[in-house]
Design a protein around this ligand. Structure first.
Ligand SMILES: C[S@@+](CC[C@H](N)C(=O)[O-])C[C@H]1O[C@@H](n2cnc3c(N)ncnc32)[C@H](O)[C@@H]1O
Length: 215
Protein backbone atom coordinates (compact mmCIF):
# COMPACT_ATOMS: atom_id res chain seq x y z
CA UNK A 1 0.00 0.00 0.00
CA UNK A 2 1.63 3.28 -1.04
CA UNK A 3 2.15 5.84 1.74
CA UNK A 4 4.88 8.26 2.66
CA UNK A 5 6.04 6.19 5.64
CA UNK A 6 6.27 3.05 3.48
CA UNK A 7 8.31 4.81 0.81
CA UNK A 8 10.77 6.14 3.39
CA UNK A 9 10.95 2.78 5.17
CA UNK A 10 11.25 0.76 1.96
CA UNK A 11 14.36 2.75 1.12
CA UNK A 12 15.72 2.45 4.66
CA UNK A 13 15.60 -1.38 4.90
CA UNK A 14 17.12 -3.13 1.89
CA UNK A 15 16.44 -6.66 0.66
CA UNK A 16 20.01 -7.69 1.42
CA UNK A 17 19.72 -6.43 5.03
CA UNK A 18 16.47 -8.31 5.49
CA UNK A 19 17.97 -11.49 3.99
CA UNK A 20 20.99 -11.28 6.26
CA UNK A 21 18.76 -10.78 9.34
CA UNK A 22 16.83 -13.90 8.42
CA UNK A 23 20.08 -15.84 8.02
CA UNK A 24 21.22 -14.67 11.48
CA UNK A 25 17.90 -15.62 13.02
CA UNK A 26 18.06 -19.11 11.50
CA UNK A 27 21.58 -19.53 12.86
CA UNK A 28 21.30 -17.92 16.29
CA UNK A 29 17.61 -17.56 17.14
CA UNK A 30 15.87 -14.37 18.31
CA UNK A 31 17.88 -11.26 19.27
CA UNK A 32 18.22 -10.44 22.98
CA UNK A 33 15.57 -7.70 23.06
CA UNK A 34 13.15 -9.89 21.10
CA UNK A 35 13.71 -12.68 23.61
CA UNK A 36 12.61 -10.28 26.36
CA UNK A 37 9.28 -9.74 24.56
CA UNK A 38 8.83 -13.48 23.95
CA UNK A 39 9.53 -14.34 27.58
CA UNK A 40 7.20 -11.58 28.83
CA UNK A 41 4.32 -12.73 26.60
CA UNK A 42 4.86 -16.38 27.52
CA UNK A 43 4.74 -15.43 31.22
CA UNK A 44 1.04 -14.54 30.73
CA UNK A 45 0.22 -18.20 30.04
CA UNK A 46 -2.07 -17.57 27.07
CA UNK A 47 -3.08 -20.23 24.56
CA UNK A 48 -4.63 -19.86 21.08
CA UNK A 49 -4.15 -16.11 21.26
CA UNK A 50 -4.56 -13.74 18.33
CA UNK A 51 -1.35 -11.80 17.80
CA UNK A 52 -0.85 -8.45 16.09
CA UNK A 53 2.80 -7.73 15.38
CA UNK A 54 3.37 -4.18 14.18
CA UNK A 55 6.64 -3.59 12.31
CA UNK A 56 7.57 -7.24 12.78
CA UNK A 57 10.52 -7.15 10.36
CA UNK A 58 11.44 -10.70 9.36
CA UNK A 59 8.62 -11.94 11.61
CA UNK A 60 10.55 -13.46 14.52
CA UNK A 61 7.80 -12.80 17.07
CA UNK A 62 5.10 -14.66 15.13
CA UNK A 63 7.48 -17.41 13.99
CA UNK A 64 8.10 -18.10 17.69
CA UNK A 65 4.72 -17.44 19.31
CA UNK A 66 2.78 -19.48 16.74
CA UNK A 67 4.54 -22.50 18.23
CA UNK A 68 2.87 -22.26 21.66
CA UNK A 69 0.99 -19.02 22.48
CA UNK A 70 -0.83 -17.88 19.34
CA UNK A 71 -2.93 -19.63 16.73
CA UNK A 72 -3.17 -16.69 14.33
CA UNK A 73 -1.10 -13.61 13.64
CA UNK A 74 -1.29 -10.39 11.68
CA UNK A 75 1.99 -8.79 10.64
CA UNK A 76 1.70 -5.17 9.49
CA UNK A 77 4.92 -3.69 8.16
CA UNK A 78 5.97 -0.62 6.23
CA UNK A 79 8.90 -2.49 4.67
CA UNK A 80 8.31 -4.75 1.69
CA UNK A 81 11.83 -6.22 1.94
CA UNK A 82 11.17 -7.42 5.49
CA UNK A 83 7.71 -8.73 4.63
CA UNK A 84 9.13 -10.81 1.78
CA UNK A 85 11.56 -12.60 4.12
CA UNK A 86 8.92 -12.94 6.86
CA UNK A 87 6.51 -14.62 4.41
CA UNK A 88 9.16 -17.01 3.15
CA UNK A 89 10.10 -18.06 6.69
CA UNK A 90 6.45 -18.44 7.74
CA UNK A 91 5.86 -20.76 4.77
CA UNK A 92 9.02 -22.74 5.58
CA UNK A 93 7.71 -23.28 9.13
CA UNK A 94 4.27 -24.32 7.93
CA UNK A 95 2.68 -21.12 9.32
CA UNK A 96 1.81 -19.59 5.97
CA UNK A 97 -1.93 -20.04 6.40
CA UNK A 98 -1.94 -18.64 9.93
CA UNK A 99 -0.32 -15.27 9.26
CA UNK A 100 -1.89 -12.33 7.49
CA UNK A 101 0.74 -10.01 6.00
CA UNK A 102 -0.08 -6.36 5.34
CA UNK A 103 2.27 -3.86 3.72
CA UNK A 104 1.28 -0.52 5.26
CA UNK A 105 1.90 2.15 7.82
CA UNK A 106 -0.12 0.65 10.70
CA UNK A 107 -1.67 4.02 11.57
CA UNK A 108 -3.17 4.20 8.04
CA UNK A 109 -4.87 0.79 8.16
CA UNK A 110 -5.57 0.34 11.88
CA UNK A 111 -9.26 1.21 11.60
CA UNK A 112 -9.76 -1.69 9.13
CA UNK A 113 -8.07 -4.29 11.33
CA UNK A 114 -9.64 -6.43 14.08
CA UNK A 115 -8.43 -6.40 17.68
CA UNK A 116 -5.92 -8.98 18.92
CA UNK A 117 -5.20 -10.48 22.34
CA UNK A 118 -1.56 -9.47 22.18
CA UNK A 119 0.05 -6.56 20.34
CA UNK A 120 3.82 -6.33 19.93
CA UNK A 121 6.16 -3.64 18.61
CA UNK A 122 9.82 -4.66 18.71
CA UNK A 123 12.16 -1.73 17.92
CA UNK A 124 9.39 0.07 16.03
CA UNK A 125 8.51 3.28 17.91
CA UNK A 126 12.06 4.52 17.35
CA UNK A 127 11.51 4.43 13.55
CA UNK A 128 8.30 6.43 13.69
CA UNK A 129 8.05 10.18 14.36
CA UNK A 130 4.60 10.27 15.99
CA UNK A 131 4.66 7.84 18.92
CA UNK A 132 1.27 9.11 20.18
CA UNK A 133 -0.47 8.07 16.97
CA UNK A 134 1.33 4.73 16.70
CA UNK A 135 1.01 3.64 20.35
CA UNK A 136 -2.57 4.82 20.67
CA UNK A 137 -3.62 2.82 17.60
CA UNK A 138 -1.64 -0.17 18.90
CA UNK A 139 -3.26 0.06 22.36
CA UNK A 140 -6.76 0.35 20.88
CA UNK A 141 -6.12 -2.96 19.08
CA UNK A 142 -5.09 -4.92 22.15
CA UNK A 143 -7.68 -6.83 24.19
CA UNK A 144 -5.22 -8.12 26.80
CA UNK A 145 -1.52 -7.28 26.50
CA UNK A 146 0.93 -5.05 24.71
CA UNK A 147 4.71 -5.52 24.77
CA UNK A 148 7.22 -3.25 23.12
CA UNK A 149 10.91 -2.41 23.03
CA UNK A 150 12.29 1.09 22.67
CA UNK A 151 15.70 2.74 23.04
CA UNK A 152 16.65 3.86 26.54
CA UNK A 153 16.80 7.57 27.33
CA UNK A 154 20.52 7.71 28.02
CA UNK A 155 23.18 10.29 27.13
CA UNK A 156 25.02 7.82 24.89
CA UNK A 157 21.91 7.02 22.85
CA UNK A 158 20.93 10.69 22.60
CA UNK A 159 24.40 11.37 21.23
CA UNK A 160 24.38 8.31 18.93
CA UNK A 161 20.95 9.12 17.49
CA UNK A 162 21.97 12.74 16.84
CA UNK A 163 25.03 11.55 14.89
CA UNK A 164 22.97 8.99 12.96
CA UNK A 165 20.36 11.57 12.00
CA UNK A 166 23.07 14.05 11.06
CA UNK A 167 24.47 11.57 8.50
CA UNK A 168 20.98 10.68 7.26
CA UNK A 169 20.46 14.39 6.62
CA UNK A 170 23.81 14.68 4.77
CA UNK A 171 22.79 11.74 2.57
CA UNK A 172 19.42 13.43 1.97
CA UNK A 173 17.75 10.27 3.26
CA UNK A 174 14.49 11.21 5.04
CA UNK A 175 14.59 8.16 7.36
CA UNK A 176 15.26 9.24 10.98
CA UNK A 177 15.58 7.49 14.34
CA UNK A 178 13.73 8.80 17.40
CA UNK A 179 14.33 8.62 21.12
CA UNK A 180 10.82 9.14 22.42
CA UNK A 181 10.16 10.13 26.07
CA UNK A 182 9.53 6.95 28.03
CA UNK A 183 7.39 8.64 30.71
CA UNK A 184 5.06 10.03 28.03
CA UNK A 185 4.70 6.65 26.32
CA UNK A 186 3.90 5.12 29.72
CA UNK A 187 1.33 7.84 30.49
CA UNK A 188 -0.34 7.31 27.11
CA UNK A 189 -0.67 3.57 27.70
CA UNK A 190 -2.03 4.14 31.22
CA UNK A 191 -4.62 6.48 29.75
CA UNK A 192 -5.57 3.78 27.23
CA UNK A 193 -6.36 1.41 30.12
CA UNK A 194 -3.05 -0.47 30.48
CA UNK A 195 -0.69 -0.96 33.40
CA UNK A 196 2.96 -1.89 33.18
CA UNK A 197 3.47 -5.35 34.66
CA UNK A 198 7.09 -6.03 33.79
CA UNK A 199 10.11 -4.23 32.59
CA UNK A 200 13.63 -5.27 31.50
CA UNK A 201 16.69 -3.32 30.48
CA UNK A 202 19.60 -4.02 28.11
CA UNK A 203 22.40 -1.61 27.13
CA UNK A 204 20.40 -0.06 24.27
CA UNK A 205 16.87 -1.44 24.55
CA UNK A 206 14.19 -1.47 27.20
CA UNK A 207 11.22 -3.86 27.10
CA UNK A 208 7.94 -3.13 28.81
CA UNK A 209 4.95 -5.46 29.10
CA UNK A 210 1.51 -3.90 29.69
CA UNK A 211 -1.77 -5.59 30.61
CA UNK A 212 -5.21 -4.18 29.98
CA UNK A 213 -6.96 -3.29 33.22
CA UNK A 214 -10.09 -1.73 31.74
CA UNK A 215 -12.22 -2.81 28.76
C1 LIG B 1 14.20 -1.61 13.22
S1 LIG B 1 12.98 -2.51 12.34
C2 LIG B 1 12.56 -3.74 13.55
C3 LIG B 1 12.03 -5.00 12.93
C4 LIG B 1 11.70 -6.11 13.92
N1 LIG B 1 10.59 -5.75 14.77
C5 LIG B 1 12.91 -6.44 14.75
O1 LIG B 1 12.98 -6.05 15.92
O2 LIG B 1 13.81 -7.09 14.21
C6 LIG B 1 11.56 -1.43 12.38
C7 LIG B 1 10.39 -2.03 11.64
O3 LIG B 1 9.23 -1.24 11.93
C8 LIG B 1 8.52 -1.04 10.73
N2 LIG B 1 7.68 0.16 10.95
C9 LIG B 1 8.06 1.37 11.43
N3 LIG B 1 6.99 2.18 11.54
C10 LIG B 1 5.92 1.46 11.12
C11 LIG B 1 4.54 1.75 11.00
N4 LIG B 1 4.04 2.94 11.32
N5 LIG B 1 3.72 0.79 10.53
C12 LIG B 1 4.20 -0.43 10.20
N6 LIG B 1 5.50 -0.76 10.29
C13 LIG B 1 6.35 0.18 10.75
C14 LIG B 1 9.59 -0.95 9.67
O4 LIG B 1 9.08 -1.21 8.39
C15 LIG B 1 10.54 -2.04 10.12
O5 LIG B 1 10.16 -3.30 9.67
Amino acid sequence: MPCNCCEITDNAFSESEARSELKNYRRRGPANQTNLILKAIRSLGMKNAKLLDIGGGIGVIHHELLEDVADQATHVDASSAYLKEAKEEAARRGHGERVRFIHADFTDVASDLPKADVVTLDRVVCCYPDFHKLLQAAAEHSRRALAFTYPRETWYLRFGFRILNFFQNLRRDPFRVFLHPVAEMDALLNQEGFEKVSFQRLFVWEMALYRRTTI
